[in-house]
Design a protein around this ligand. Structure first.
Ligand code: ZN
Length: 239
């Protein structure tokens, strides 16, 4: 605490959301912004809007001979383009702020571990970045989140199970169907996981679910129908 106070004197830290200078006891947000975090509480609701959207997409594109059970999905925070709380996932993704990402992912891990539909997860798989992008950024933001979730859930981290075979163009302007075409055949299995019971696929933000669906189908076809596959992200885009 004394060291933090000293460090703050030399180089003041600011709240990620409002920019106010942080006190020694404040971690990444000031107490006011921390108080107002836009939690989704989706981990308390099996049929939440994000899970419904993902399941609709999976249902539309699943192989016709395959029956599907409802896929569990949750995010920690709402993401809105006009809301300054988008700074939390963006700090992790674009500005190298791994500590804030880890902090909120650990918080999410505690919520997931308390939810009946997630607490038996035994393998956590981050959505992979293309190696070139990972090399440029220095890390995969989904892997940072996945590591915290795995630790909170007492699950293995499977960061080398999936890989991305090519870079995809930026998806920000595409709708769900174009996004799914954009990411179809992009993911492959590198190492087949040994006998998982319940897999959690993790990404930083859920927008349309296309990337997560592509990972879901790759894992589903490699592992067969008996492994449960769920989804978790740090934030979910709210339109
Ligand atoms: Zn603030």
């Amino acid at each position: 605490m004394v060291l933090q106070a000293l460090a703050d004197l030399l180089l003041p830290r600011t709240c990620l959301v409002c920019g106010r200078i942080l006190g020694a006891r404040e971690k990444h947000l000031c107490i006011w912004c921390e108080e107002d975090l836009p939690f989704t509480y989706y981990w308390e609701q099996i049929h939440n809007p994000m899970a419904n959207e993902l399941n609709a997409l999976l249902e539309r594109y699943r192989p016709k001979d395959e029956s599907m059970s409802y896929v569990f999905a949750a995010a920690l925070l709402f993401y809105h383009h006009e809301n300054p709380y988008k700074q939390i996932p963006q700090a992790l993704k674009y500005r190298g702020n791994r500590l804030a990402g880890q902090y909120y992912a650990a918080q999410m891990g505690r919520y997931l571990a308390s939810a009946t539909q997630f607490k038996d997860v035994d393998l956590v798989i981050p959505v992979p970045l293309h190696w070139y992008r990972k090399w440029r950024r220095g890390y995969n933001q989904a892997e940072i989140i996945a590591k915290e979730l795995a630790s909170a859930l007492g699950a293995r981290l499977g960061a080398d199970i999936l890989y991305r075979v090519r870079r995809t163009r930026t998806q920000t302007r595409l709708d769900a169907e174009s996004r799914l075409k954009n990411v179809a055949n992009v993911f492959r299995i590198r190492h087949r996981p040994s006998a998982p019971h319940h897999i959690l696929i993790v990404d930083d933000t859920f927008t349309t679910g296309a990337t997560l669906s592509a990972c879901y189908f790759v894992l589903r076809s490699a592992l067969g129908p008996h492994v449960r596959i769920s989804v978790a992200t740090l934030s979910v885009v709210q339109n």
